[in-house]
Design a binder for this molecule. Structure first.
Ligand code: PAF
Length: 282
């Protein structure tokens, strides 16, 4: 495994390959990231993982400064998972001047859910992903399904800009109790870690209700949010959406979409100061 810090070095190295498979990350890797690397291995003739904590996608009050940087452990794990190239540019390398050009994703997909609670988040994500795509020029790019909306936004970006990249989603990995693996789980105290599973359980509760015929989604969503609030969480949203566009389904579509695997339940909630997200396709 080779570690490259500049775009020039990366381009020179990748000139020897025709179809790189690329996994963009912000480091602090867990098994979910490593599963993406393993998934990438048979696809590409070289597997590239980027590690770059992207300031552009953090709001001023968010955890950019404290986001865990676990370089040594990340490299060890990547090597064991079969990564060939780690691209770890400095901020100066990736943003040599203030990034005046940005990618503005369409508001109907990017200003809802995560984008509503984290304004500008998807501008930051799309801008850095576009830039990383320009550096790596991958044939395949892999993103975790845990960041469901992010994957959708990136798929749309690739489609609308006609980028010659196949975007592939990787299944969410879960701890034995059901908590989705996330870099931010490390922030949880032991008591919070025990409580954290309630988010995925809330999604499961909603899934069962929809599968048993519930169609009053606003009432169901409120019930699930109230239950988490009573346990001390601060939910941002727990909501049933169409998989295709992340919009709320009309009442008369709910049962049909549930039967046709057309729905996804998305949730985001804060436990103490840690914000967790999860989703469940139904
Ligand atoms: O999902 C992430 O870790 C980040 O949003 C990404 C895609 C690496 C862009 O910084």
């Amino acid at each position: 495994m080779i570690i490259l810090r500049t775009i020039a070095e990366l381009r020179t190295h990748l000139a020897n390959f025709t179809h790189p498979a690329f996994v963009p990350t912000m480091g602090n890797l867990h098994d979910g990231h490593l599963a993406l690397v393993r998934q990438a291995k048979p696809l590409g003739d070289v597997v590239v993982v980027s590690i770059f904590v992207n300031r552009l996608q953090f709001l001023p009050h968010e955890d950019f400064d404290t986001y865990p940087r676990t370089w040594e452990a990340d490299c060890e794990a990547l090597e064991a998972a079969g990564c060939d190239v780690v691209f770890a540019p400095s901020e100066k390398e990736l943003y040599p001047e203030p990034q005046g050009f940005t990618i503005q994703p369409p508001s109907e997909i990017a200003n809802i859910l995560e984008g509503h609670f984290r304004p500008g988040f998807f501008v930051g994500v799309c801008t850095v992903v576009m830039k990383l795509f320009a550096c790596v020029q991958p044939r395949f790019a892999l993103f975790g399904l845990k960041d469901y909306q992010q994957l959708q936004v990136i798929r749309r970006m690739v489609l609308q800009f006609a980028l010659p990249i196949e975007v592939i989603g990787g299944q969410t990995l879960r701890a034995p109790d059901g908590l989705a693996l996330s870099s931010r789980n490390n922030y949880l105290s032991p008591a919070q870690r025990r409580e954290a599973v309630q988010l995925s359980q809330a999604l499961q509760f909603m899934a069962k209700a929809v599968q048993s015929g519930a169609t009053d989604l606003p009432a169901l969503e409120q019930q699930a949010m109230d239950a988490l609030t009573q346990r001390g969480w601060q939910p941002d949203y727990l909501t049933v959406r169409c998989r295709s566009n992340l919009q709320s389904p009309a009442v008369d579509q709910v049962s049909r979409l549930a039967k046709q695997a057309g729905l996804v339940i998305l949730g985001a909630a804060k436990l103490g100061s840690t914000r967790l997200i999860d989703n469940l396709e139904i």
